[in-house]
Design a protein around this ligand. Sequence first.
Ligand code: MRU
Length: 340
Amino acid sequence: MSTPAPQTHPDFSPIRFEDGVLHLLDQRRLPADEVWLELDTVDQVTRAITDLVVRGAPAIGIAAAFGAVISARRHGSDISAWRQDLERLDRSRPTAVNLAWATARMRRCAETLGRLDADALEAEARVIHAEDVAANKAMAAAGSALFEPGSGILTHCNTGALATGGIGTALGVIMAGYRAGRVERIFADETRPWLQGSRLTAWELARQGIPFQVVVEGAAAALMASGRVQWVVTGADRIAANGDVANKIGTCSLAIIARHYGARFMVVAPASTVDPHMASGEGIVIEQRDPAEIWRAAGLELQPDGFDAWNPVFDVTPAALVNCIVTEHGVHQPPYRFAG
Ligand code: MRU
């Protein structure tokens, strides 16, 4: 039997920029409907990021970069109006550093030119997108080489093509491992309340014809106790200089359970997710979202009488629980020291 060739390019991308219009695959509607939205104002791009039309740290950075292009086309030479739009984009979601990283690149591009040049900014946004494709490819090779043949993997949230510019971070590593014959079992955490695992990761794996099982978050300890998981592999929204990792709520629980049962914990993220100015995870702002998301996920449209909820959507996994961090520059081992 021949080994399938590793996939290095996504078979689709949820982000396209054509003729000044940003096309986004509406991830809120997947897997039931594949609906594309066409955005040509910064307000629309900002709202699409906040409302999770586009989500995943690298993908929101790329979307924001194209938002900056839309703003430049609208504002002509008015650089202060453009800067205000970039500040609005920066505020659209607080935890993933890729967003501010991408807008900072766009600002530097304008500063280097000494003026607003929409064509040059569009070229820069396309470079940001292309760099993410290349980073995904490098991480897939480096991360998948760490799996022993026969490995079982548990992943959380969605970190594939939907969340990035390319084939994905953690999911790209897992798919490459499967194609190389090293990964035998894939478990996708449901990921409450937005179900990025059971809706989006499941959709991506099914499209690729890769077998998997969805599990509810509460099954993680039982699953790892059963010995079927050798690696927990996740992405990241922000990695502090000391290696603390902010990622989708529930990630830290998985790392604690993995340590208890002897599974290893791998984080896969491009260098644009590393925030060398953040000394540790303590300083990372954790996005709090509408509690209504929690009862809606349970199928209740209205807040039941007397119900309240706490809805932080990220948590911080201490570096001490992270066995390795894979970036496009290679495999980082503890102790982590990421410099600017
Ligand atoms: O709220 P989301 O869906 O944007 O959260 C996404 C995650 O937490 C991902 O794990 C992270 O952004 C890495 S995506 C390659």
